[in-house]
Ligand binder design. Structure first.
Ligand SMILES: Nc1ncnc2c1ncn2[C@@H]1O[C@H](COP(=O)(O)OP(=O)(O)OP(=O)(O)O)[C@@H](O)[C@H]1O
Ligand SMILES: [Mg+2]
Length: 474
């Protein structure tokens, strides 16, 4: 079995026998006669088990145990004693020994005990790993990240979750700052502690202060009793300070103090209190500009910005759009009795190309809107919110390469014609040539689809360069 074992035994003969017995079991065994030397070995490399004598001239086994636990808390310690006193054994167990052996002991006894230590250890490790994986999975499975920028964001989020560092999440409204803050908390060591969310922009300064730090009885009119603040409520866990850019300079000082010393005072109280809280802050404002303007303290900025995470707007990571659509379609239709619906190719195409100024939140709302409004088997353009329909109505396909996936034949034809018109600067004769059709056929199609292309000013030529429709009318 896999196992790295250190033996500290001042009697060389005894130590060598133990080494041989355990080595025969397949463990890698190191033997030190001198406890000080033994502890140095422990400092140099990891061991699974330390087997130490209790009575030794230089250091007692209890001292070895204490130091070993300080150097390598993960290493399990077994004590051996010829002077079996219940007290020393109890003391050893209290100080964190795994077990003890009373000399003389049979080889078999030693082998069984060591095997038990190692087996328990690997089981524990396996469990730990499984738990971390499960937690990470649970906290990240609902976050869509297909695009490279978003995968990089998630990568940073995973790394920062494992630490205790303050995090500043930045990104426009609806980009996913809150969902990431929750994921950080849930996959951090504080996952079993509370997570408290505060919207710093929603309350006036004095109210926000007493919300965050609590207040003494009678601290202000209406403060009938003393009250705990949200920082105290978040003790042992995480506090999420949303819209941190809205906090006034006076409150910023108090936040800085709690970030740096973990100390604060309730409003109307002189007693200093302590908490252990991790801070995750979020903002969609430029704190750099606020610093320049003198409305945001630079020391607080630097303290918060230990690990900055910037979430790009959805329009800069369009690869996420199809997956997000799928995600929200599945989530919003969960439990519905009727057959599952999806977007028709043209409606899907509109969504993929829209600018999404409201980012993921707007997309989520659009999916919900379509599900509520849609009456057919699939969700169509008229089922989309007005903003998307307007976008579609004004859409100029001529600038875009034609991608044939998920388009109807009619849609493809329309776009090919628009592209050709654009390239020919609206000259129908040239456009028809590019398309390999007669000018008459082109004119017919233009009218049928109601196509129109603005012409470039610098390329004035003949009568055919008026708008498409008027050209046809001529
Ligand atoms: N990558 C993503 N995967 C899945 N859902 C997401 C993702 N990003 C955001 N969402 C969802 O979009 C909605 C908006 O996200 P969230 O509230 O986290 O944004 P925000 O950045 O905090 O916005 P605001 O600045 O307006 O408060 C939420 O319902 C959230 O679950
Ligand atoms: Mg938010």
């Amino acid at each position: 079995m896999d196992g790295h074992i250190l033996i500290i035994e001042d009697e060389p003969k005894m130590g060598k026998i133990l080494q041989r017995v355990l080595a025969r079991e397949g463990y890698e065994v190191v033997f030190a006669e001198d406890p000080v030397e033994g502890l140095n070995l422990l400092r140099a490399e990891p061991f699974h088990v330390l087997l130490t004598d209790l009575k030794m001239p230089k250091l007692s086994g209890i001292e070895v145990l204490e130091q070993a636990k300080a150097i390598q808390p993960e290493c399990d310690v077994i004590l051996m004693t010829a002077f079996a006193s219940v007290e020393s054994a109890v003391e050893a167990m209290k100080k964190g020994a795994f077990d003890y052996l009373i000399k003389p002991f049979a080889n078999e006894e030693l082998k069984i005990l060591v095997r038990r230590v190692i087996e328990t250890k690997s089981l524990k490790e396996e469990n730990e790993q499984l738990k971390v994986q499960l937690d990470q999975h649970a906290s990240f499975e609902n976050i869509i990240a297909v695009s490279k920028p978003m995968r990089e964001v998630l990568d940073r989020v995973r790394k920062v979750a494992a630490s205790e560092a303050s995090v500043l999440l930045r990104g426009a409204s609806g980009t996913g700052k809150e969902i990431l803050a929750v994921a950080i908390h849930r996959s951090s060591a504080r996952r079993n502690g509370p997570m408290i969310k505060v919207n710093c922009g929603a309350l006036p300064e004095t109210l926000l202060e007493s919300e965050l730090f609590g207040h003494a009885r009678g601290a202000f009119t209406g403060a009938v009793g003393a009250r705990k603040g949200l920082f105290e409520a978040a003790h042992g866990g995480t506090i999420f300070l949303d819209e941190i850019g809205e906090v006034t300079p006076a409150l910023q000082v108090k936040l800085l103090r709690i970030l740096q010393e973990g100390e604060f005072q309730r409003v109307g109280e002189s007693e200093t209190r302590k908490v252990n809280v991790r801070v995750i802050a979020a903002t969609n404002r430029s704190l750099e500009e606020a610093m320049q303007a003198g409305t945001f303290r630079s020391d607080l900025y630097f303290r918060l910005n230990v690990v900055p995470i910037y979430i790009p707007p959805l329009a800069e990571r369009r690869e996420d759009i199809p997956a997000l659509i799928e995600h929200f379609l599945a989530r919003l239709q969960k439990g519905e009795k009727r057959p599952k619906r999806a977007f028709s190719p043209p409606a899907f195409d509109v969504m993929v190309h829209y600018d999404w100024p409201g980012n993921v939140r707007e997309l989520e709302n659009a999916v919900e809107h379509a599900l509520v409004m849609g009456e057919g088997e699939s969700l169509e353009i008229p089922d989309l919110p007005l903003a998307l329909q307007n976008f579609h109505a004004k859409r100029d396909f001529a600038d875009q390469p034609v991608i044939f996936d998920h388009l109807t034949l009619e849609e493809i034809e329309k776009r090919c014609i628009l592209n050709a018109l654009r390239r020919a600067n609206n000259n129908h004769t040239r456009a028809a040539k590019l398309l390999g059709i007669t000018r008459r056929t082109l004119g017919y199609r233009i009218q049928k689809y109601g196509l129109e292309v603005a012409k470039a000013k610098d390329e004035e030529e003949g009568p055919s360069e008026k708008t498409a429709l008027s050209d046809e009318e001529r």
